[in-house]
Design a protein around this ligand. Structure first.
Ligand code: SF4
Ligand code: SF4
Length: 98
């Protein structure tokens, strides 16, 4: 799944620069997450970086974007392919996380 930011967000600006996919942006009133760019940090980190830094814990999973780890990895590969000269690694072997 992608993640989402709830209206408990206090606009502290901490999460936006931590996102490796540039998925977080300032919305009309609070920060928002583009589900087309959020990979739950798959491909970059073991844990969602925005969740790690949010001081008010207002970044849950987005139930409207249920995705398997493979789907998240494919999203990561797509995002990487958008960057000129990027080398996209293959999905590493390991247990399937659904
Ligand atoms: S989980 Fe990772 S990719 Fe998704 S918004 Fe948070 S920092 Fe960005
Ligand atoms: S870290 Fe949390 S409170 Fe701060 S801007 Fe991001 S979502 Fe909002």
């Amino acid at each position: 799944m992608a993640l989402l930011i709830t209206d408990e967000c206090i606009n502290c600006d901490v999460c936006e620069p931590e996102c490796p996919n540039q998925a977080i942006y300032m919305g009309k009133e609070i920060y928002e997450i583009d589900p087309q760019r959020c990979t739950e940090c798959v491909g970059h980190f073991d844990e969602p970086q925005c969740v790690q830094v949010c001081p008010v814990s207002c970044i849950p999973l987005n139930p409207d974007f249920i995705e398997t780890r493979e789907t998240l990895w494919q999203k990561y590969q797509r995002l990487q392919a958008e960057q000129p000269g990027a080398v996209v690694p293959a999905l590493p072997a390991g247990p399937r996380i659904l």
